[in-house]
Design a protein around this ligand. Sequence first.
Ligand code: SF4
Ligand code: FES
Length: 254
Amino acid sequence: MSHGNMNLTLKVWKQKNKNEKGRFETIEAKGISPDMSFLEMFDVVNEKLINEGKEPIAFDHDCREGICGMCSMYINGQPHGPKQGVTTCQLHMRSFKDGDTIVVEPWRSAAFPVIKDLAVDRSSFDRIMAAGGFVSVNTGNVKDANNILIPKDDADTAFAAAACIGCGACVAACKNSSAMLFVSAKVSQFALLPQGQIEKQDRVLNMVRQMDEEGFGNCTNTGACEAECPKGISLENIARMNREYMGASFTQNK
Ligand code: SF4
Ligand code: FES
């Protein structure tokens, strides 16, 4: 089945840098194929803008395969747009109709300052990860490492938590700008595996401290994060992290 190309109107957030005030700009996107990804649509629009001597739309991307978590933006008020379980780079233009107006904005969170237009600075996430430190693995002894038995359920849950790509949609979706879903996914990924046990208590305490320092808000269990996460990270991770955190605080206060 073939679909005709579409003409769309974009209302895109334009902002020179984090200190300048931003504003919406109306940009026409003409002749867009429904098979294009959202980012390919931007490429077409940007090529035209550049040819006309205008500034292209600044946006982040790297893998374009749903792996790197860079392509963060609000599309019509939803992180990563209207489709569940996909990142912006995996969103296809067939999700829209000819003649649609599409509103595109950067993440809105004090902990993710705008760099330019739709590109935000997510280094707060990197600093939380760094605060979590490393995992002790005896690299000199492969045989022993392979002999560690991991219960299947724990391995599956750790694997599911490891799917988090650090995109920040959870923070963007949350009215409190809480980073709990992200941090809890990263804590769970290690807390469930025997290789992560040695630093387990310090890890959760340090990561939560860094999260608070970065200016992320408190979790009030609205569940908006889980609903908007492109990787299906479960709220159960937050409950697990709270248990880990309380256990670690208790031990370290003794
Ligand atoms: S938990 Fe989901 S929404 Fe949050 S950073 Fe990870 S992948 Fe993105
Ligand atoms: S560009 Fe890497 S997840 Fe979208």
